[in-house]
Write a protein that binds this ligand. Structure first.
Ligand code: C6P
Length: 417
């Protein structure tokens, strides 16, 4: 990740202290200390997040927006306060621009089915990139099948960098939405999202940014970005699973039809006619993940207490250290070497399959992801079946990188024997 000059790399004591906030990290696996390097899949949770959920269930639990009783009112207050907290974190103009969903996947499906499907037709184009996660490909394929629209894919180069000139050329008369990841989960590439939005907006094309890999690692300011939609998952930002966020400009949400029908998304219902609730509730049918929203707000408090720029600087140091160390490994090739990168290191070995590497690393206590990372087109682009991916978070240290490298030596030893 790009170094932010004004922030010094936090010292070891600080990182040790952060580490202590995550109870799960203290354990051993296969008799070895756990080295958790699968943060791209999901991050671990600090005690404050676990406690926020526990406290909610211990003292507050009730359904929201429904009861006149004390607990329900309190639950509603906490749930809506969580929405406001999230709005503040990404600098949304209004809390109503935050729609609670299950995660990034649901957020993108919501936009695809509610916003885009209702305004595209045969011959219209949906523009994505060659580094997208399946969650930012398949929902658009659904819309294409439903409407006759076409999926267009902006290429990437051999380093995993988006071809910005091609993007500009491909933004055409018929482009109805641009949907691109802020940070690639398989390659670590940080996309020039401000420029991507600027170019699209100059042509009147709305932009959705998939922020699943970004919110916990880089500063996100949706007003500065001026994107129409921003999607992310709580569980990749030290929050609970099953809760995520769709940010959308209020004017967009107002214009979008609801996606799912049910309780809480209505103002009045008769058999003849239903009037929908105001935004954002018109998109939150059914009982929401109240505890999850509260847990996510606690996670963002945790990030803010450390400071996202401090976290970015620390992770940039880990990225530089890990990149150098992995580069020196024999017969190993990095996949994803863009200049602007987040702390994700994907690599392949000339003769050992990623899954075998992943299993041996696990036996050494090192948790990585091995596979296609739900980004099969990226694997095809680089001509590999799978990669080993080490993805870092605020509690990782250079010692964790050293443990990975030692475990890789063990892999080599086993295969050489
Ligand atoms: N990537 C990974 O190991 P959900 O599953 O809805 O929380 O997030 C989906 C998603 C969307 N976009 C990007 C860029 C992502 O990285 C992910 C999730 C995980 O890389 C699990 S496949």
């Amino acid at each position: 990740m790009k170094m932010i000059e004004s922030f010094r790399i936090p010292d070891e004591t600080a990182v040790t202290q952060w580490r202590g906030d995550f109870p799960i990290l203290a354990q051993q696996v296969h008799g070895k200390p756990l080295v958790y390097l699968d943060n791209g899949a999901t991050t671990q949770k600090p005690a404050s997040v676990i406690e926020a959920e526990r406290a909610y269930y211990m003292r507050t639990n009730a359904n929201v927006h429904r009861g006149v009783h004390q607990l329900s009112q309190r639950a509603t207050e906490h749930y809506e306060a969580a929405r406001a907290r999230i709005a503040r974190f990404i600098n949304a103009k209004h809390p109503e621009e935050i729609v609670f969903v299950r995660g990034t996947t649901e957020a993108i499906n919501l936009v695809a089915q509610s916003d885009v499907r209702s305004r595209v037709g045969a011959g219209d184009e949906i523009l994505i990139s060659a580094m997208e996660h399946h969650s930012n490909i398949v929902p658009w394929q659904f819309v294409c099948a439903q409407t006759g629209a076409q999926l267009k894919v902006v290429p990437i180069d051999d380093t995993g960098t988006l071809d910005l000139a091609a993007y500009e050329r491909m933004l055409g008369e018929r482009t109805r939405i641009v949907a691109i990841s802020h940070i690639s989960n398989a390659l670590g590439t940080i996309n020039p999202v401000a420029r991507i939005v600027e170019l699209a907006r100059a042509r009147g094309v709305p932009v959705l940014l998939d922020g699943a890999q970004a919110v916990a690692h880089a500063r996100v300011d949706v007003q500065a970005l001026d994107c129409d939609f921003y999607a992310f998952s709580g569980h990749k930002a030290y929050g609970p699973t099953g809760i995520g966020v769709l940010y959308a400009k209020a004017s967009r949400l107002e214009a979008m039809p609801p996606w799912q029908g049910g309780g809480d998304m209505i103002r009045s219902v008769t058999f003849e006619k239903t009037e929908y609730n105001a935004i954002p509730w018109k998109f939150e049918a059914g009982t929401p993940n109240i505890a999850g929203a509260i847990g996510l707000a606690a996670a963002l408090d945790y990030i803010d207490a450390i400071g996202i720029d401090v976290i970015s600087t620390h992770e940039a140091d880990l990225l530089a250290y890990a990149t150098e160390a992995v580069r020196r490994l024999p017969q190993v090739r990095l996949i994803g070497t863009a200049r602007e990168k987040a702390a994700i290191v994907s690599f392949v070995h000339e003769s050992i399959h990623a899954h075998d590497i992943g299993s041996i690393l696990d036996h050494e206590g090192v948790a990585v992801r091995a596979g296609h990372h739900c980004a099969m087109p990226v694997m095809q682009r680089f001509g590999v079946p799978a990669t080993v991916r080490a993805s870092f978070a605020l509690y990782n240290t250079r010692d964790d990188v050293d443990a990975l490298i030692r475990a890789m030596a063990k892999v080599q030893e086993i295969f050489d024997a």
